[in-house]
Design a protein. Structure first.
Length: 221
């Protein structure tokens, strides 16, 4: 349990690490290998969902679900080629370290696990500031369900009213809103400001660097 009285919960892909378009391309190739012609725009809008949910969102509930595991495995293998060079977004590590110094319990809430999560944490390079990580493996339902955020709050030992969730997708904003936390959006994942605000973001910033420079005036003050 963290001793901090408030928690800053962060999505990772597209929020702290510049990976959304890598996911788009590798999902596109995974679908292509399985015989599906899917637009990259549609995939981009689905990034942030857990793998099985993303496949269902793209192909529909009447798809051949026997393909799900193979498509997800293909994406995982293709994306894994980038693990040694995932780029952190501007000032991502500095933002987490600053919040940690300011007394926030910093928790990552991500669908990534295992080697992928390790690669993301290496990119952020702020392990000393991270109190805990809530992985999709730890909950029954991924975003936009509230469970990932609720689990993050449990790890931090902080109630929802003392927490802020930062993410880059509508799925993040919906998950945070359903968990009862204040939601902050960032534009660096490629989702429009209007979409984030409609889904629950009370403030929207360009990227972690913008959020860091605006801490005094925002929800993470």
């Amino acid at each position: 349990m963290a001793k901090a009285g408030r928690a800053a919960v962060f999505d990772v892909d597209g929020t702290l690490v510049d990976t959304n378009h890598l996911h788009v391309v590798t999902w596109w190739e995974a679908f292509r290998q399985a015989g599906h012609d899917v637009s990259m725009h549609a995939i981009h809008r689905a990034v942030g969902l857990a793998s099985t949910d993303l496949v269902a969102h793209i192909l529909g509930e009447d798809r051949d679900t026997d393909q799900d595991a193979a498509i997800s495995a293909a994406h995982k293998a293709l994306y894994g080629q980038y693990f040694d060079r995932l780029p952190a977004l501007p000032e991502a590590g500095a933002l987490l370290r600053r919040l940690h110094r300011d007394g926030w319990a910093v928790v990552l809430a991500t669908s990534a696990g295992g080697a992928e999560l390790s690669a993301l944490r290496r990119a952020i390079d702020a392990d000393e500031a991270i109190t805990a990580t809530a992985s999709a493996d730890d909950v029954d339902a991924g975003k936009p369900a509230p469970e990932p955020v609720e689990h993050a709050l449990e790890l931090a030992g902080v109630p929802a009213e003392r927490a802020v969730f930062v993410g880059d997708t509508v799925w993040d904003m919906r998950a945070g809103s359903r968990a009862g936390v204040r939601c902050v959006g960032v534009l660096c994942g490629g989702i429009p400001r209007t979409d984030l605000e409609k889904s629950g973001a009370e403030a929207v910033y360009a990227d972690p660097a913008h959020l860091l420079s605006s801490l005094r005036d925002g929800p993470l003050a």
